[in-house]
Design a protein around this ligand. Structure first.
Ligand code: NAD
Length: 505
């Protein structure tokens, strides 16, 4: 294809080979398996990535294990120097990495530049947190000294989801690395290109074997989960996969430390006293439509609006959604790109059909906008009103550009509906009454709650959910400790007078 649209592809994809990184070398799968990479904006095949097997995971783990003692011995300063170099390389390669996420994942390129810029806070922040780690001296018994020390697990297995590929590949490994662990990382098989491009930068900034990147499907992930030398697993993905990972980790016959960052069906609660324009804009921002088409774990895909302002709120959201331009992800003017894969496109469209069938009102969107490439996975953001808890669009995580608006007039019933699901990642509360805002923030079952805001979360604040949405928290200092095993050293000091008399006699 020799059109302006193909320019980023001929520049950032076609001339390159995308290989895995194992022990400082760029390699294909040992068995030669590959997976075709399709452009979600056009449906065309772009390139291939390695589809690795348990043998590849084993090689990567052996490399990580061998590299670990020297990496730990570098100390925080030595490791932080690698982070700093890596950060420089990421900044130099910003355009390429952002374009690869747009081309491969479908997220708008404008937003992917921001995703990369956000990483700086993490690259600077994790070394700072690691320098401030301390142990404890505990006065547990007289005549004894008890202190705590921390040691890394060794090799950490990290498996990530498809929706923010490069940001996850840069930021998620950092707490495990700064604490002296080495890594075997697998990005989503749907969106691996930017992580494989990043492999070159990891390789330049870190010693061989410290960061190993394998690509592949569920089988590759399972080989990481069940590998006997990987005792610490960190996973970002869906609830069903998270449950499989817990089970498979246990079936490996080892006790593994598993942390899980999973899905959400997050409630936005809107009281009748809000600034309607601000809340309507917040509802759209909270969907992350212009970042990743609503394919975000934290998106406020369930919006609970008080009856007094319901119609006007829905009208304003609908009008504002009309300003968002759906288009090819690597086109600068695009606000909302295609969803990541054809199967996912079918899945999201299935939800939209079910919403109509189950009696919700489709206020706008839901179709494929005209004038875009036929093979692209485009969906005009759908806004549903009159949604209730007996509808699939009201209870299941769609992970796409679909907003479901519920109506409420009784506070307790609304709160029961907000808390009715097994999920509890984020929530937001919109009111100008601070007492009501804090009462509701306290009562809503979620791990991260905004008051009069949405979507933004900052490095240093613990991110994660309650119920089936998570096990553990990320992005805050406490996460560091989860990559370290604690040890207590107990020294019997005895009676100092007796010891002194013996020594001096
Ligand atoms: P997914 O669960 O299908 O896949 C996630 C990763 O797990 C991929 O790398 C995949 O290849 C791998 N995998 C699949 N089956 C596996 C198995 N049996 N064993 C080991 N690995 C396996 O999720 P997805 O579709 O990539 O991502 C969407 C989901 O991720 C949504 O539910 C979303 O809410 C969630 N998510 C959560 C967060 C968070 O921070 N809480 C962030 C992003 C995405």
């Amino acid at each position: 294809m020799d059109t302006p649209l193909s320019d980023p592809i001929s520049r950032y994809v076609r001339p390159h080979e995308f290989k895995m990184l194992i022990d400082g070398k760029f390699v294909g799968s040992a068995e030669g398996g590959v997976r075709a990479v399709l452009d979600p904006s056009t449906g065309q095949e772009l390139t291939q990535i390695p589809l690795s097997t348990a043998d590849d995971v084993d090689r990567a783990t052996a490399a990580a294990q061998q590299a670990q003692p020297a990496w730990e011995a570098l100390g925080v300063d030595g490791r932080a120097a690698c982070f700093a170099r890596f950060g420089e390389l990421v900044a130099e390669n910003r355009e390429r990495l952002a374009m690869l996420d747009a081309i491969d994942c479908g997220n708008p390129v404008k937003a992917m530049r921001t995703d990369i810029d956000i990483c700086k806070a993490y690259l600077d922040g994790w070394p700072a947190f690691a320098r401030s780690l301390t142990g404890d001296v505990i006065p547990a018994s007289p005549g004894n000294l008890h202190y705590t020390a921390h040691r890394p697990y060794g090799v950490v297995g990290r498996i990530t989801a498809f929706n923010h590929p490069v940001m996850f590949a840069i930021t998620r490994p950092l707490p495990s690395l700064i604490t002296g662990n080495t890594l075997v990382m697998k990005p989503s098989d749907e969106t691996s290109l930017s992580t494989l491009a990043l492999a070159e930068l990891f390789n330049e900034a870190f010693p061989p074997g410290v960061v190993n990147i394998v690509t592949g499907d569920a089988g590759t992930g399972d080989a990481i989960v069940t590998h006997p030398k990987i005792k610490r697993l960190a996973f970002t993905g869906s609830v069903p996969t998270g449950l499989i990972i817990q089970r498979r980790a246990a079936e490996s016959g080892q006790v593994k430390h598993v942390s899980l960052e999973l899905g959400g069906k997050n409630a936005m609660i809107v009281f009748p006293d809000v600034d309607l324009d601000l809340a309507a804009e917040g509802a759209i921002q909270g969907m992350n439509l212009d970042v990743c088409q609503g394919q975000s774990c934290g998106s406020n895909s369930r919006i609970l609006v008080h009856a007094k302002i319901y119609d006007e709120f829905v009208n304003r959201v609908a009008a504002k959604l009309g300003d968002y331009r759906v288009g090819v992800a690597y086109d600068e003017s695009t606000d909302v790109g295609p969803v990541a894969g054809k199967a996912h496109w079918n899945r999201v469209n299935g939800y939209i059909e079910s919403g109509v069938e189950q009696g919700a009102t489709l206020v706008r969107g839901g179709g494929r906008p005209a004038g875009l490439p036929e093979g692209g996975n485009f969906i005009d953001p759908a806004l549903f009103a009159d949604v209730t808890l007996d509808m699939r669009i009201g209870t299941e995580e769609i992970f796409g550009p679909v907003m479901s608006v519920f109506r409420w007039d009784d506070y307790d019933t609304m709160l029961a509906e907000a808390n009715a699901l097994d999920l509890g990642l984020t929530a937001s509360v919109w009111t100008n009454d601070l007492a009501i805002a804090h009462k509701t923030a306290d009562a809503v079952e979620a791990g991260y709650v905004w008051i009069n805001d949405s979507t933004r979360h900052y490095f240093g604040t613990p991110f994660g959910g309650v119920k089936n949405s998570a096990l553990g928290r990320e992005e805050s200092k406490d996460e560091l400790l989860t990559f370290l095993e604690q040890k207590v050293v107990h020294t019997r000091l005895g009676d100092p007078h007796t010891a002194l008399a013996r020594l001096l006699s």
